[in-house]
Design a protein around this ligand. Sequence first.
Ligand code: PLP
Length: 425
Amino acid sequence: MNLFEKHESAVRSYCRSFPVVFQKARGVELTTTDGKTYLDFLAGAGTLNYGHNHPVLKQALLDYIEQDGLTHGLDMHTAAKARFIETFQRLILTPRQMPGYRMQFTGPTGTNAVEAALKLARKVTGRSGILSFTNGFHGCTLGALSATGNQHHRGAAGTGLGDVSRMPYANYFGQQVDTIAMIDKLLDDPSSGVDKPAAAIVEVVQGEGGLNVASAEWIRQLERLCRKHDMLLIVDDIQAGCGRTGHFFSFEQMGIRPDMITLSKSLSGYGLPFALLLLRENLDQWAPGEHNGTFRGNNHAFITATAALEHFWQDDQFAASVRSKGQRIAEHLQRIIRRHGPDSLKLKGRGMMLGIACPDGELAAAVCRHAFANGLVIETSGAHSEVVKCLCPLIIREEQIDRALHILDAAFAAACAEQATRQVS
Ligand SMILES: *Cc1c(COP(=O)(O)O)cnc(C)c1O
């Protein structure tokens, strides 16, 4: 039994798939204590869009610490916060014609931003119900967990997870079934048993749920549905945001205007804990301190987040590179599908949030195991952990993409061969 198994809680999870000790990380590469290097296709579950220890972000943070900038300041005004607010407005909201959003710095985890959004929706509307979607993931604290679909996580609540109506996500019943029409009917019918909710919360691409993609049309219809039934629309962009889909927000160019947007994971740019709720001005009905927290607005994260916005988001160049690298990864994945399972494997996702759905979780786990043995850190997602998920840093070089996808191709070959042997014997 090693040190971690002996002393660290059994709740640990990712480390079980990658039983090594990491010591250093730079860009797309992780290095272990015994000097072995891995390509990181997990990237902190989408927290490291700009890679590990990006030199520009690191220097900004080192300078700030050197000058005794505040590390902690509750929610007091700091110069670091002022610069972040100004930069986010100037480089993100203004060019996207998104005026009129207030910024709420919640506790530094994604789930806390979701808690704030749900609480505020309930407070403002005076209604308690929330609509959330099949296979959605919104976090593991009780309020957010109620909106999360995953049974494994829900099972740990140990208490009721109430006031959420689960609705079918886009294509949940296949492409022929219009799930928005279904929800509309349930909300129209005074005897359906679905009470008028305060809000709907949705991921435009479901990260943990298996890279399920909603079309622009479905998202627009969802917004229309929200307006018709007087519900607020909350977009949870914690994983799909910050450039992952090839735009800063996952819903950009879909022509919607969410009432609230949650951001976290890659927002600090450096892997520092940081979460933000964007809310329309008219919804900002909080009393001071009503949703509180000691670590609201991490000042070190303000510094790195500002540096990331200035370095990557001055124009469309970075986002365009994400779109073209996404294409390259998708082509690799298509080739893997053609070679190892044209009938059984399926491409999933959008932008640089891509993966391959396997017929079962066993095959997907075997693929990840073989990939890891050959120097690639990669994980699964989905209801049955059946989707092999490529979530590499967006700053990856094309040569690294090719190298990683070569490892993944070999991993599929090995895992499929193994499975064939098992089925014969
Ligand atoms: C990761 C994630 C969360 C939860 O964030 P934590 O920081 O783990 O609490 C919420 N929503 C989505 C879409 C996520 O991917």
